[in-house]
Design a protein around this ligand. Structure first.
Ligand SMILES: Nc1ncnc2c1ncn2[C@@H]1O[C@H](COP(=O)(O)OP(=O)(O)O)[C@@H](O)[C@H]1O
Ligand SMILES: [Mg+2]
Length: 294
């Protein structure tokens, strides 16, 4: 395949502050570390490996960056058993077979059926070939089998895909790449080496308050502050599964629907199941909060 000239990269973000401002415009509230890492990744053309507890805004970060930059989001959702044919490309066997059948009796060139026309493009190849601006999200990469993880390496370090029958396809415009992981298993050193590392933990009460205000229409400042404080105190308890930001938002939404002004102890007790999904945790929290109000 002929080498293709690189397209001009978009100027992109001008500073970490610019990243933060533009994320806020699409209702994503970053902290300095998140904004700084995204800025650096874009400048260095490096993928970001985002790790941290569930529901802390890892996937949402990639989606929000796409939105903030008017880029197209291409998502590869990882799962056990995902293979090359679903992640990179596969040959359209049906079409190839039809071609062979229709050419029966005549001589045909085998190269014909290993050409672009017979190629089915999957997310990684699609991101590499894209001519428009793209954000590639490789979501929950820790769910991949370790052998499949190796498929990512060429894409992540060289922004290219090798197809034996066609040659090497090099990105004309390097996509910004996000990989997310819930840390269900240790990722390979080779993969980690290619990425910038970003750990997203639970937000501070102040940032969570802002997230609530941005994401729950109609909530009062006072209620958002109270919700954020209560969630913070829940996370300081020794719980099996502390509430995530998604659960905070569900609860805040619930309170708005119930037209709550201020959360009373009774309401908190009644709604703990929205925040906590483990009966043991609910018992622990119920006792603690009950004890406080007695
Ligand atoms: N910093 C943030 N700003 C705005 N919303 C956030 C933020 N972090 C989390 N959220 C909210 O929490 C939800 C869950 O986040 P998500 O990215 O799906 O979590 P995960 O870390 O498991 O990928 C999102 O849909 C979003 O509404
Ligand atoms: Mg996610």
């Amino acid at each position: 395949m002929d080498p293709v000239p690189e397209l001009d990269q978009d100027p992109g973000f001008v500073s970490a502050t610019d990243v933060a401002d533009r994320l806020r415009l699409v209702d994503y509230l970053p902290d300095d570390k998140i904004a700084g890492t995204v800025y650096l990744a874009e400048r260095l053309f490096k993928p970001i490996l985002v790790e941290g507890p569930a529901g802390t805004g890892k996937t949402e970060l990639a989606k929000s960056i796409a939105k903030a930059t008017n880029a197209r989001l291409i998502r590869l959702q990882c799962y056990e058993g995902l293979d090359e044919a679903k992640a990179l490309y596969e040959w359209d066997y049906r079409k190839q077979l039809l071609h062979i059948q229709s050419a029966a009796g005549t001589k045909f060139d085998e190269n014909d059926i290993f050409s672009e026309d017979y190629l089915l493009t999957r997310p990684l190849l699609e991101a590499i070939r894209a001519e428009d601006q793209v954000v590639l999200l490789v979501d929950e990469v820790d769910r991949l089998d370790i052998e499949t993880e190796a498929l990512l390496l060429e894409v992540l370090s060289d922004y290219q895909v090798s197809i034996p029958e066609l040659g090497t396809i090099v990105a004309r415009r390097k996509p910004l790449v996000f990989l997310t992981s819930n840390n269900s298993r240790e990722l390979s050193e080779a993969l980690k080496r290619r990425c910038l590392f970003l750990h997203i933990d639970y937000p501070s009460a102040e940032r969570e308050r802002e997230i609530i205000l941005a994401r729950v229409p109609g909530i009062s400042d006072r209620l958002a502050t109270q919700v954020a404080e209560i969630v913070r105190s829940l996370r300081s308890m020794d719980l099996k599964k502390p509430p995530s930001v998604s659960e905070t938002l569900d609860w805040a939404q619930t309170l708005v629907i119930l037209a709550t002004d201020v959360v009373t102890d009774q309401e908190l007790q009644d709604n703990l199941h929205v925040l906590l999904k483990n009966q043991g945790d609910i018992a622990v929290a119920s006792k603690r909060f009950g004890g406080l109000s007695a």
